[in-house]
Design a protein around this ligand. Structure first.
Ligand SMILES: [Zn+2]
Length: 201
């Protein structure tokens, strides 16, 4: 039997931390130790922040984002252009686009992509609410910012089909050479996509 080195409360803390993405059991121990050593300035504020988040979290009824206010902060922000809606698969994608600081519209979070092999059809995603939102009149452009994977692209295609005949303009992210990327290191698919979507200079 493995000898225990700490009381069950601390073992539980390590075990829970170890479930976070990117943290293995070794990193979880390191994180737990950092928390235990910094009770006042890290452990207690973190515990309080977790508690507040756990109590107040809800999914935004408009866009599918998760926030502690409803509708979410982005949907409530009057400075954002309500005519542009950027469609993403996951909240992490929304955060990534916000970090880039180039979007001044609102979002729609699908909650994944269509994947028949995993039993995920359009009805399991926030697609019906997207179509209703697009048809309500305020939205003029939908930017489909889905992953450049087979599933992401077929989900984009499905959404575009659902909105055929409406007056909403549908656009997609360009595909191609990443900023700072060297051609020699790109895979054939990326190079082919970059050549296909070439622009005049
Ligand atoms: Zn929202």
């Amino acid at each position: 039997m493995v000898k225990k080195i700490a009381a069950p409360e601390i073992e539980r803390l390590i075990q829970l931390l170890g479930r976070l993405p990117g943290l293995g059991s070794r990193s979880a121990r390191k994180a737990a130790l950092a928390l235990l050593k910094r009770r006042q300035d890290l452990l207690i504020p973190l515990a309080q922040a977790l508690n507040v988040a756990a109590e107040k979290l809800s999914e935004c009824p408009t866009c599918g984002n998760i926030d502690t206010v409803s509708p979410c902060t982005i949907c409530q922000d009057p400075r954002r252009d309500p005519t542009l809606v950027v469609v993403v698969e996951e909240i992490g994608d929304l955060w990534a686009l916000e970090r880039a600081g180039v979007i001044n519209g609102r979002y729609h979070v699908l909650g994944g992509h269509i994947s028949p092999l995993d039993g995920i059809g359009p009805d399991k995603l926030n697609i019906a609410s997207l179509v209703a939102r697009a048809q309500a009149g305020e939205v003029k452009e939908l930017l489909l910012a889905l992953n450049a994977t087979v599933e992401g692209q077929s989900t984009s295609h499905y959404i575009a089909q659902q909105l055929q005949g409406t007056s909403v303009a549908i656009s997609r992210l360009a595909q191609g050479v990443p900023v700072g990327g060297e051609l020699d290191y790109l895979d054939e698919g990326t190079l082919a996509a970059a050549i296909k979507s070439r622009k005049r200079v």
